[in-house]
Write a protein that binds this ligand. Structure first.
Ligand SMILES: Nc1ncnc2c1ncn2[C@@H]1O[C@H](COP(=O)(O)OP(=O)(O)O)[C@@H](O)[C@H]1O
Ligand SMILES: [Mg+2]
Length: 276
């Protein structure tokens, strides 16, 4: 069954999953929402979110990025943003623009040194802020870095925000793929359109040109085949990707001709064709 088709028919969704269509909120100033998810932490969800946003910008779209990872917001650091968003009317937040990308992070709204226990109502109020109190400007694609896992917070986000499609990130490692499989099943249950899988950390090529498959080989390719989901691309381990993330200088912004940079731009092209 085509998930997109299901999304289009509210009657159908209401029949199999009562109430879910009524909850979903559009975001003012945003045309399309692309969510990035990984069932497992540390597989590169945020790194790919940032580089995907840069790639979409290079394809001449107006891009926003929403860091909704309540457990570890890291987009501001990866974009080198140290200031907090301002508000002119004391109510609506103005996203911070960096590298031509409008950015809003849950990390701006909470004290990151305080351990936060997020319960349903807090997640809901954060979503309300993002959907109605952020002044996004003419955004063609909003990339959303979702919380990892398949827990409550993620469920709330994906049930309440009108996601046009979700990209699943996994490494080729068996344990990551098991989690990715669970994540995919969850999105299917929630009637979220799955755009495809991106395999991150596919391999590492050492200075002598040898390719090493550190986390195993073809894992995501096989998973995508088994589940009939597109493999959008495979991104190698490149030191620059890690350095760029640490230094707030997104790799694809500066090295679009690298292997990883080209692949990410390719993935962005595929996604923009899937959701126009
Ligand atoms: N393809 C890659 N090559 C090199 N380093 C990577 C790659 N993808 C992610 N990383 C690094 O791996 C770590 C985890 O990535 P991150 O994006 O923070 O994962 P997540 O958001 O899934 O927790 C970071 O230090 C990041 O810089
Ligand atoms: Mg992250």
């Amino acid at each position: 069954m085509d998930a997109k088709e299901v999304n289009l028919s509210k009657e159908f969704v209401d029949k199999i999953s009562p109430g879910t269509t009524k909850l979903k909120l559009p975001i003012a100033g945003v045309k399309r929402i692309i969510a990035v998810s990984s069932a497992k932490g540390g597989v590169g969800k945020s790194t790919i979110s940032v580089n995907l946003a840069i790639a979409l910008k290079k394809l001449k779209y107006t891009v926003g990025i929403l860091d909704a990872d309540i457990f570890g917001p890291s987009i501001p650091k990866m974009l080198g943003i140290s200031e907090k968003p301002k508000s002119e009317d004391g109510k609506n937040l103005i996203p911070i623009t960096k590298f031509g990308i409008q950015c809003m992070s849950i990390g701006f709204l909470v004290d990151q040194d305080t351990a936060m226990i997020w319960r349903g109502p807090m997640v809901s109020s954060a979503i309300r802020t993002f959907t109605s109190n952020v002044l996004w400007k003419d955004v063609d694609y909003l990339v959303v870095d979702l919380p990892p896992g398949t827990g409550d917070a993620l469920m709330t986000f994906s049930q309440q925000i009108q996601i046009d499609g979700v990209v699943i990130i996994s490494t080729p490692q068996e344990i990551a793929l098991l989690d990715a499989n669970r994540g995919i099943k969850m999105f299917q249950k929630l009637n979220v359109n799955i755009l495809g899988i991106v395999e991150n950390m596919s391999s590492f090529t050492s200075d002598d040109g040898t390719e090493h498959f550190i986390f195993g080989k073809d894992g995501a390719k096989n998973l995508s085949k088994n589940l009939h989901i597109d493999l959008l691309g495979t991104i190698p381990i490149e030191i620059g990707l890690r350095e760029g993330a640490d230094h707030g200088e997104p790799y694809t912004e500066f090295f679009e001709d690298s292997v990883a940079g080209k692949e990410i731009i390719n993935i962005a092209k595929k996604i923009s064709e899937k959701i126009k």
